[in-house]
Design a protein around this ligand. Structure first.
Ligand code: MG
Length: 384
């Protein structure tokens, strides 16, 4: 296999560390650059193992600390958003994996696309906040966006071999339902951060785990799927599937449904984005359906998990409404993790902030950040 050069944005998070597992397994990837926020210890280890040309720390102090620690290596340490966009746009990159958390991933996503590099996208907030900009740029630059999110990877896999876009009638996104499935609002009043951080099936970073507990994650994924597969959100159905074995499905116009199944392990979608269109052996344990015995499916409860409904509504309103909903959620989740607001306030604040301001339908990058700031400010000033 020909050597391929990979840059990982967010190399110390759940997706980033698993992608490096895949690099160890596949042998033909050379890590060109990595980035993290503050995890200097782990980045130092990664530098000593993978010898990237560049490492970026978003935090200035962490960058200074790291550059002293790795002064004996050939890795150059950079910092901040400028560093992140620089490594995303290196001409040597064959693939950029964007696994940063939050819409802060938007600029480096656009930087990679402008450089003409294919993108493995795990940063869903990028598409939610600025989907039109990202998809337009990808089309203009003829860049592939390979989905890493398990549901979108599933849809992408189900679509392989299918010729025509209009043959696809519906996307069926599966949702685990999170730790609070079956609960009503009254029962969720006193939810603690610790309880919201317990996911039944998937091991993920904190922000994503909280988003799963509110089902905001599924709402963001509906919008992500709408951009990636060019479908209206009205053609996307969410089904709660507690076992997380079917990672999503598609329905063709002839009524045939195709599903992608596997054990819930992110290595499969990460590896597929890195080997596409090839398939190579992985370390993932095979699926044993008889161990499960049965698979179950339920309607989502949109009253309790109103974030999911807000995302559908925001997507229907279009423009920067999804961006506002996402930014409000990022702010509200941060406040919840700091124990400054209660669990149910996340959904309330997201719903209010998403529609508090008039949002433009057509937008440029600076409008995205203005919408973000307005939504964040709304949440901060209404959180008491
Ligand atoms: Mg997902």
């Amino acid at each position: 296999m020909k050597e391929k050069r990979l840059t990982i944005l967010g190399s110390t998070g759940s997706i980033g560390t698993q992608a490096l597992e895949v690099v160890r397994l596949l042998k033909y990837y050379k890590v060109e650059a990595i980035s993290a926020n503050t995890s200097v210890d782990l980045v130092e280890k990664q530098i000593r193992e993978f010898h990237p040309r560049y490492a970026v720390m978003m935090d200035e102090t962490a960058a200074k600390d790291l550059s002293l620690r790795v002064a004996d290596t050939d890795t150059k340490v950079l910092s901040g958003m400028e560093g992140l966009c620089f490594i995303a746009s290196l001409p040597e990159n064959d693939l950029v994996l964007n696994s940063v958390v939050g819409m802060i991933g938007l600029r480096p996503t656009l930087a990679a696309i402008e450089a003409g590099t294919d993108l493995a996208l795990a940063n869903k907030e990028t598409l939610v906040a600025g989907g039109q900009l990202v998809m337009d740029a990808a089309k203009r630059k003829n860049v592939s966006i390979l989905p890493v999110d398990s549901e979108h990877s599933a849809i992408f896999q189900c679509l392989q071999g299918n010729p025509k876009k209009d043959a696809l009638r519906k996307i069926i996104l599966t949702a685990s339902g999170g730790p609070f499935f079956g609960k009503k609002r009254e029962e969720l009043q006193n939810v603690t951060v610790k309880e919201a951080l317990k996911h039944p099936n998937w091991v993920m970073g904190a922000k994503l785990t909280i988003d799963s507990s509110t089902m905001m994650n599924k709402g963001l994924e509906v919008i992500e799927a709408s951009w990636l597969f060019d479908k209206s959100v009205d053609d996307i159905q969410v089904v709660v599937h507690r076992e997380s074995v079917i990672h999503s499905m598609i329905e063709y116009v002839d009524g045939s449904c195709i599903a992608q199944l596997g054990v819930p392990d992110m290595q499969i979608p990460i590896q597929y984005a890195m080997t596409y269109p090839d398939r190579v052996p992985s370390n993932v344990k095979p699926l044993s359906l008889t161990d499960y015995g049965k698979l179950t499916f339920f309607e989502p409860d949109l009253d309790t998990f109103n974030c999911l409904k807000v995302c559908f509504d925001a997507a229907r309103k279009g423009g920067l409404y999804p961006c506002a909903a996402n930014a409000a959620n990022e702010e509200a989740v941060a406040l919840f993790r700091e124990e400054k607001i209660r669990f149910l306030q996340i959904g309330q604040l997201v719903e209010e902030a998403a529609f508090a301001h008039q949002m433009p339908q057509k937008y440029a990058l600076e409008d995205v950040f203005a919408a973000e700031q307005a939504a964040r400010a709304y949440v901060r000033s209404h959180c008491r």
